[in-house]
Every structure is written in structure tokens, then in C-alpha cells.
Design a protein around this ligand. Structure first.
Ligand SMILES: [Mg+2]
Length: 352
């Protein structure tokens, strides 16, 4: 009997297919599969849990990713999912599968990054498991967080006329990846050794000069814990929120489908860094496509009530890019010409 290929369902279809009719046995289980993190209630406090798997050869290439940065990023991307629920991260656990190719010094490097991230985000590493693997490095991190029930923000709360906001800028991590991949090809053709070591040796390849920001965004992204705090201080509670890991279009699709609304996004409002625009131009890539579909920015995408407009405007690093509409159409309004439908071409784990 031939088997159904997983790619025929896609990552999110597969998750739905496997978890569709899971029973909810525990009364403390408030929200299970389908958001950035699961939510459990204990009195009026809630615990949040999220988990992520990072596989060598799928999510990272150790030919140009330094282990220390990888450790930092592995923690940051999990913290980001807790932030996306408007909650505070508190603990992490780490599961590692390690092949014999790695030595103690390698794992010390990885843990130096993990430790730096734990300090930065004020989370404790409280457990995990380490195991020998047949090939490569496998990293599974679980992050636990806390919030009051009334503060938690899901993906399904966006309402018609809500403002759509993003933090920071978009596309830089994707362009950083394109740059690293391009330099790796050159490096393989001309030299021996490891590009990751060249980077940490201070003798940064001159090709990377003036593009450090793009590398940082790809190799060592930050979770926007600062924004969660800023919004709280400003008295703004988003109506829906998620972090941008698979690309803006894909995340808008999740918020709009789960909230049963549509959206209009304005091309000229999409925040893009100068280094992103310059590299996109050099590599003949459309910078708007990079901003819409490039993943791994780990910025926050959120919607909020239009009455919060005055409170939003003075805040640094938050950009209003559009608004929620009736119906279910996701549209991009270009600088000139007719609106066109946004398609979620974000990164799909089972296609490639
Ligand atoms: Mg997420």
C-alpha cells in the first residue's frame, strides 16, 4: 500500500490532522494546539508552554553557524513564542541529540550561547536530556512562561478595523541567510576549512563588511520581550498577536483565518532596513517579497483596537502596516496600481 506523502497536508494541515480530536481531560488545560504556546490555568495565573525542534541540515548549517550563536538562537526563538502570547518567559529545558563528531569543547560553545540567552531573557535552564545520535545535532527546547489569564493574547482576537502592527523590520534574516549561502558557495570553491570559524576568528570576511546587521539577524536574532513590556506600560493590550517565524504573509494568514477576518496591508508601510534593501538590490531580489515571505525575523505581528492609535504612535520600533477588514481576503495595497491578493508562501517544513 502506498503511503500519503506528508507534504500533501503541509505542516499545519498535518498538525491539525494528528491533533484534531484530542480529548481535553484536565480542567487546567485552557488552550492546546494552534497558537504560539499552550495555556494552562492555575487559579488566576496561567502557565504557558511552547516547544521547538531544530535539526542540523534542516534548520541550520554548521558550516557557517557558530555553535555559540546557535545556542543563543535556540533559546531566543522559544522565548519569542512566549512573548507572542503577551506572557513572561521563566524557564527552559533542553533536549540534545549529539553525534560523535562533536567534542566537549563544541558543547561548551553551544552552552555558552544558551547561558547568554538565559541571562538576557531572565530565564532559568531547569532540565533536559542529552543523548548520542547517529548523525548531526538535534536540539529540542521547551520554554515555560507565566501570565495572568486576562493578559494573554491569542491569534483569534482580531476585529474589523483593528490596526495591524509589526515591530522592528522585515526580511533582514532571510537576506542574511542568502548572503551566508552565497559566501559559503564561494568559500567551498576557493578555500578549505570552516566558514563559521573564520567568522568567530575576528577576521571577518570582507564580503560581510557593511552587512553585519543582516548576519546578526540571521545568526543571533532577539525575541521582542522589550515590546511586550513597552505595550504593557503604554496600556495597550493587542487583540491578536504572534511572532514572525515563517514570514509576514504566512502569519497574517494565521491571524486572519483564526479571527475570521481579512486584511489590507500597505506596501509602503512595510519596515525594511537599509542593509536589506541594498543586498536585495545587489542580488536581484524583490525586497517587498523578502519582507512578506522571508522568515526568521522573530519580530512581533499584532493587531490592536483603533482607539489605541494615539498611544501607539509615539512608541519607537512599532509600525502600523495596515488594518483588519471584513470578509476573508488578504490584500496587499501597492504603491501604485490595484490591490492584489496576499498568498501565504511562508516557509513550509515539509516542502523544500
Ligand atoms: Mg510562533
Amino acid at each position: 500500500m502506498s503511503k500519503t506523502p506528508i507534504s500533501s497536508l503541509g505542516e499545519f494541515g498535518l498538525i491539525r490532522h494528528l491533533t484534531d480530536r484530542l480529548p481535553k481531560i484536565q480542567p487546567s488545560t485552557m488552550y492546546g494546539v494552534g497558537d504560539d504556546a499552550a495555556v494552562m490555568r492555575h487559579g488566576d495565573r496561567c502557565t504557558l508552554v511552547t516547544t521547538d525542534l531544530l535539526l542540523e541540515g534542516v534548520h541550520f548549517n554548521l558550516e557557517y553557524v557558530p555553535l555559540r550563536h546557535l545556542g543563543y538562537k535556540a533559546v531566543a526563538v522559544n522565548v519569542s513564542d512566549i512573548c507572542a502570547m503577551n506572557a513572561v518567559p521563566t524557564q527552559i529545558t533542553i533536549g540534545l541529540g549529539v553525534s560523535s563528531r562533536f567534542g566537549v569543547e563544541d558543547l561548551e560553545e553551544f552552552y555558552a550561547g544558551v547561558r547568554a540567552a538565559c541571562e538576557h531573557y531572565h530565564v532559568d535552564l531547569v532540565g533536559g536530556d542529552t543523548c548520542a545520535s547517529v548523525n548531526g545535532l538535534t536540539i529540542a527546547i521547551t520554554c515555560i512562561g507565566e501570565a495572568e489569564e486576562k493578559d494573554i493574547v491569542y491569534r483569534n482576537g482580531a476585529k474589523v478595523n483593528d490596526l495591524i502592527c509589526v515591530t522592528g523590520n522585515l526580511g533582514a534574516a532571510y537576506l542574511g541567510l542568502q548572503l551566508l549561502e552565497r559566501e559559503l558557495r564561494t568559500f567551498r570553491a576557493t578555500q578549505h576549512g570552516n566558514l563559521a570559524q573564520v567568522q568567530t576568528d575576528d577576521s571577518i570576511h570582507e564580503k560581510f563588511e557593511g552587512r553585519e546587521y543582516l548576519l546578526e539577524r540571521q545568526l543571533r536574532p532577539e525575541a521582542r520581550m522589550d515590546i511586550v513590556e513597552t505595550l504593557r506600560k503604554a496600556g495597550i493590550k493587542p487583540t491578536a498577536m504572534m511572532d514572525i517565524s515563517d514570514g509576514l504573509s504566512s502569519e497574517l494568514f494565521h491571524i486572519c483565518t483564526q479571527s475570521k477576518v481579512g486584511c489590507d496591508i500597505y506596501e509602503d508601510k512595510l519596515p525594511v532596513d537599509y542593509q536589506s534593501a541594498a543586498l536585495a538590490d545587489e542580488m536581484n531580489l524583490n525586497v517587498v517579497t523578502c519582507a512578506l515571505n522571508g522568515g526568521e525575523d522573530y519580530e512581533l505581528l499584532f493587531t490592536c483596537d483603533i482607539h489605541d492609535y494615539e498611544k501607539l504612535v509615539p512608541i519607537d520600533d512599532i509600525y502600523i502596516i495596515g488594518h483588519i477588514t471584513e470578509g476573508n481576503a488578504l490584500r496587499l495595497i501597492p504603491r501604485t496600481g490595484e490591490p492584489f491578493p496576499l498568498t501565504a508562501q511562508g516557509w513550509n517544513a515539509f516542502e523544500k
